[in-house]
Design a protein around this ligand. Structure first.
Ligand code: CMP
Length: 137
């Protein structure tokens, strides 16, 4: 069935001028862009977005990283877009993400305390609807 997913180009991706490349890959795969904006996230938004990671060792560095610059937030639509985008993004660790994926082609470990991995994508229908409410209230 038709799904929606929240995609974020994280501050590393925006700073490296990769927003268009990321969006182009998703569109070229055949998904439809429904909403798009560039935003400076607030701590409140990020605490809501990353609630499931609260208390983990990378949580505070992750929030600080996401506050370090603007992000591009998008809603994409299509059949199975949630797993489709996660496949385009590649696995979490950009050093070992498969070449051909966004993280595998453009990411690596920069020695920071958090994985700077260029993009976020919702992991389920429930997460997508929750996250869309946070970024497109
Ligand atoms: P994301 O898919 O946005 O979800 C949580 C983020 O936390 C993840 O991308 C990474 O940026 C970061 N992350 C997840 N696991 C780790 C880890 N083990 N160490 C550092 N950062 C992590």
């Amino acid at each position: 069935s038709i799904e929606r997913t929240l995609v974020l180009v994280k501050p590393d991706g925006v700073a490296r001028n990769l927003s268009g490349e990321v969006l182009a890959r998703i569109e070229a795969k055949g998904y439809t862009l429904a909403e798009l904006k560039k935003v400076n996230a607030t701590r409140e938004q990020l605490e809501a977005h990353y609630a499931e990671h609260a208390g983990k060792p990378f949580y505070e560095p992750l929030v600080e990283f996401m506050l370090s610059g603007p992000v591009v937030a998008a809603i994409f639509e299509g059949h199975r877009v949630i797993e489709g985008f996660r496949s385009l993004a590649g696995t979490t660790d950009p050093t070992t993400a498969a070449p051909g994926t966004i993280r595998g082609d453009f990411g690596r470990d920069w020695g920071a305390k958090v994985q700077q991995n260029l993009v976020h994508g919702s992991d389920s229908v429930e997460s997508a609807e929750r996250e869309i409410g946070i970024w497109f209230a």
